[in-house]
Design a binder for this molecule. Structure first.
Ligand SMILES: Nc1ncnc2c1ncn2[C@@H]1O[C@H](COP(=O)(O)OP(=O)(O)OP(=O)(O)O)[C@@H](O)[C@H]1O
Ligand SMILES: [Mg+2]
Length: 430
C-alpha cells in the first residue's frame, strides 16, 4: 500500500495480523506504535463495515489533532493518502478516505454521551490509559456490528491501571484481543545513537516505563533526571525569548502561592537549525509557612499582578500571553478577574503533566533560570506517594509541591502553543 514507508518487521506483523476485535499496540515511547496502528486504521477505514460510525478517541480533540491527524496528514509518512485525511483541530468530526469520523476527547465531560447512543463500526484510541474505564467499557459495548474493530495505542502506566489489570493481564482469556509490545528497536526511523542517548537521558521510573516499556509502579523521585548542572541556567545569561507563553499559578492560603513564568526561547545551533527550548524564566513565591504573613485574596492579587507587570528577562520586555491558575482556586481566580486579570483554569491531569515534564527534562527541552528558587528547591525532593502507589494510583506526596504544580499548570495547559515550536526530538539527537 505504501512504498514510501519502510516498516520494521514488528510493524509489518502488527499491521498484517490486527484482525481481532480489539488490537493493542503497547510499549516504549517513539517505538513506532502510532505509525503502524495508523496505517492499519487507514486500511480498516477504506473498507470498514457500514451501518455504524467510526470514532477516534484521545485525551482531548487537540491531542487527537496533534498525535494522530498530524501524522496521518504527513505525506512523508502516508504518501498520497495524507491528502485524503481532513481535520480541523478541535472539530467534532473529520474525514478519512471519504468517510466521516467522530473525534472525541475523553476528558470532555460530554464524551460518554456522544457514544452512548451510537453503533460503532470502528474505533481508534490514542493513549488508551487516559480513557476512563467506564468510557472504554461503554465503547466496547457500542461495537455491536459484525466485524467491528478497535485499534489502540498506549504507553505503560501503573501495573494497577484498569487496562493492565482487567485486560492486558488476562489476554489468555481474551481470544478476541491481539496485543503487541513495541520497543524503540521496532521503529526503523531511530538510529542506534538516538536509542543509546534515550537510554541515558531517561532514568528511574521513566526509563523503565518509557524506554523499556514496562508497567511498573511509581516509586522514589518523580523527576530522577533532574540535574542542576544540566537544567539550571543563570538568569542573566538567559537566551532571548520568542514569547512568554504563560504564567502558571498555584494558590495557597496557609500554604505557599507560587507563580512560574514559562518562555519559549529563540535559539539556533551552529548550523542555523532551530533549537528552541522551554524555559522557566522567573518565579514569585509567597509562603506563610516560612514566616511571611497570611494575605487576603485581594492582597495576594495585588502582589501577583504587580509582579507580573515587572521585567522578567534580562534584556527584553515581554508579558505572559496567558495566566493559568489552579482550577480549584475559584475565589482567587474571581479576585484576579475583578482586578482586571483574566485567568484560564489549568489542565490538572497530574500524571499526564508529570510525564510531559519528565520527558522535557530528560530530553533537555525544559530548563530553569536560577531565579526560580522554589522550583529548584522542590524538584529534587518531589517524590511519589507510597500510600497512593499501594492503592494503584500515581500520586506525588503533597508537600513542597507548589512550584511543581505551578510549572506543571503552565506547561500542560499550553501544550498546543509550544509543541510544534520545539525541534523534532528525532532530529535533535541526530
Ligand atoms: N516505519 C516508519 N518509517 C519512518 N518513520 C517512522 C516509522 N515508524 C515510526 N516513524 C517515525 O518515528 C516517530 C515515532 O513513531 P510513533 O509516533 O509511531 O511512535 P509511538 O510508539 O507511537 O510513540 P509514543 O509512545 O511516543 O506515542 C514518528 O513520528 C515517525 O516520524
Ligand atoms: Mg504514539
Amino acid at each position: 500500500m505504501l512504498e514510501a514507508l519502510p516498516l520494521s518487521r514488528k510493524q509489518v506483523e502488527s499491521v498484517a495480523t490486527s484482525e481481532a476485535s480489539v488490537n493493542i499496540w503497547d510499549g516504549a515511547i517513539r517505538s513506532g506504535k502510532t505509525i503502524a496502528s495508523l496505517l492499519r486504521w487507514l486500511i480498516y477505514v477504506a473498507d470498514a463495515p457500514h451501518g455504524g460510525e467510526l470514532v477516534m478517541i484521545g485525551r482531548t480533540r487537540e491531542a487527537i489533532g496533534r498525535n494522530v491527524m498530524g501524522p496521518l496528514q504527513d505525506p512523508a509518512l502516508f504518501g498520497e493518502f495524507a491528502g485524503m485525511v481532513s481535520y480541523t483541530t478541535g472539530a467534532p468530526t473529520g474525514t478519512i478516505l471519504g468517510r466521516k469520523v467522530h473525534v472525541i476527547g475523553a476528558s470532555d465531560a460530554k464524551a460518554e454521551k456522544v457514544i452512548r447512543g451510537m453503533t460503532v463500526a470502528g474505533a481508534y484510541c490514542d493513549e488508551l490509559t487516559v480513557l476512563p474505564e467506564d468510557f472504554f467499557t461503554q465503547l466496547l459495548g457500542r461495537m455491536s456490528i459484525e466485524g467491528a474493530k478497535l485499534f489502540g495505542t498506549t504507553n505503560p502506566d501503573s501495573p494497577s491501571h484498569w487496562l493492565k489489570v482487567k485486560f492486558l493481564d488476562k489476554l489468555h482469556k481474551l481470544p478476541h484481543w491481539r496485543y503487541w509490545r513495541f520497543t524503540m528497536d521496532d521503529n526503523p526511523a531511530l538510529s542506534e545513537d538516538y536509542k543509546a542517548r534515550k537510554r541515558i537521558e531517561f532514568t528511574g521510573l521513566w526509563f523503565r516505563r518509557f524506554i523499556l516499556g514496562d508497567w511498573v509502579a511509581a516509586e522514589g523521585a518523580v523527576y530522577p533526571m533532574w540535574d542542576p548542572d544540566k537544567h539550571v541556567i543563570g538568569w542573566d545569561t538567559l537566551p532571548p525569548m520568542q514569547r512568554l507563553i504563560a504564567a502558571g499559578i498555584d494558590y495557597g492560603t496557609t500554604n505557599a502561592t507560587s507563580v512560574l513564568l514559562l518562555g519559549l526561547s529563540d535559539e539556533t545551533d551552529g548550523r542555523g537549525k532551530d533549537r528552541s527550548r522551554l524555559v522557566l524564566v522567573d518565579e514569585w513565591r509567597h509562603d506563610p509557612r516560612s514566616g511571611a504573613p497570611r494575605l487576603t485574596d485581594g492582597q495576594l492579587s495585588g502582589k501577583v499582578r504587580s509582579w507580573l507587570s515587572m521585567a522578567h528577562l534580562p534584556s527584553q520586555v515581554l508579558q505572559p500571553e496567558y495566566v493559568v491558575a489552579d482550577p480549584s482556586a475559584a475565589s482567587f481566580r474571581l479576585q484576579l478577574h475583578q482586578d482586571g486579570l483574566a485567568t484560564s483554569p489549568a489542565n490538572n491531569d497530574v500524571s499526564h503533566g508529570i510525564g510531559m515534564t519528565a520527558t522535557l527534562l530528560a530530553e533537555g527541552q525544559l530548563v530553569v533560570a536560577d531565579r526560580c528558587r522554589g522550583f529548584i528547591s522542590e524538584v529534587s525532593g518531589y517524590s511519589w506517594d507510597d500510600k497512593a502507589t499501594e492503592k494503584g494510583k500515581d500520586e506525588p506526596v503533597k508537600v513542597a509541591d507548589h512550584s511543581m504544580d505551578a510549572s506543571r499548570y503552565a506547561l500542560a495547559t499550553t501544550e498546543a502553543l509550544w509543541r510544534t515550536a520545539l525541534p523534532n526530538p528525532l532530529e535533535l539527537a541526530a
